[in-house]
Design a protein around this ligand. Structure first.
Ligand code: SF4
Length: 66
């Protein structure tokens, strides 16, 4: 699976994802580099709207409380 093209600039990953955290590694493995990439709500949002979603939207589509 190719990496998500949004990965270098993904606001969620930049802002909320500490590369050392297991949760973050899980997201990257499942979504950004994995089989759930086509289900990523962030990726779908950008494809639909042409602009990135808010940084606090998770790949699952849930929002992290600010
Ligand atoms: S969270 Fe979604 S949009 Fe962001 S890099 Fe990962 S797969 Fe791409």
């Amino acid at each position: 699976m190719a990496d998500c093209p949004n990965l270098p600039n993904c606001g969620f990953m930049k802002k909320y994802c500490d590369a050392k955290s297991l949760v973050c590694q899980g997201f990257i493995t499942m979504y950004c580099k994995g089989e759930k990439q086509s289900q990523c709500q962030r990726k779908q949002y950008k494809a639909t709207h042409g602009t990135p979603p808010p940084d606090n939207m998770m790949p699952s589509g849930q929002m992290i409380a600010a």
